[in-house]
Design a protein. Structure first.
Length: 163
């Protein structure tokens, strides 16, 4: 299996167990909302009076499969804070690229960021498990069907590792 890690902090962000498509400067992954047991993520308190153990174990939670599988953590941005983050992040990525690839990548990345900023309220934001504010922020936007989540990762911000 190939795992994609953040180039700056090593957080696992994605794996090839999910279908990955290239779209310009990004990898795009179609996610799914899945239902799983809430045991282990719920309150660790005892069973409420009047509730038997069988009912407590049947609790479920709906999660986004890619987010859940890689321990991504949702975060919030307003337009100003996202603009500050993305400017610094794109500059950091560009500096890590070979000189002959910088200009092309930088232009494409800036164009992509402008389209995101124009529609920022349509996105949700996730960081890796370390919640490093200087690392990649994964974006999620619901498709035109109003149900299907698509996650966006900057390709140049990922490093593949075979496990």
């Amino acid at each position: 299996m190939k795992v994609y890690k953040d180039v700056f902090n090593g957080d696992d962000l994605l794996s090839d167990s999910f279908p990955i498509k290239e779209d310009g400067v990004c990898y795009v992954v179609e996610g799914k909302h899945v239902t799983r047991s809430a045991i282990g993520t719920a309150d660790f308190g005892g069973v409420d009076e009047g509730e038997d153990a069988g009912e407590a174990e049947s609790d479920t939670v709906t999660v986004l499969n890619v987010v859940d599988a890689h321990g991504l953590v949702e975060t919030m941005y307003d337009k100003k804070s996202y603009l500050n983050h993305i400017k610094a992040y794109l500059k950091r990525v560009a500096a890590s690229l070979p000189a002959d690839k910088r200009a092309s990548w930088d232009q494409q990345a800036q164009e992509w960021a402008k389209t995101v900023l124009a529609d920022l309220d349509s996105y949700r934001f996730f960081t890796g498990a370390s919640t490093d504010p200087e690392a990649m922020t994964v974006l999620m936007k619901t498709g035109e069907d109003g149900k299907t989540p698509f996650l966006y990762y900057f390709r140049q911000g990922l490093q593949a590792e075979v496990r």
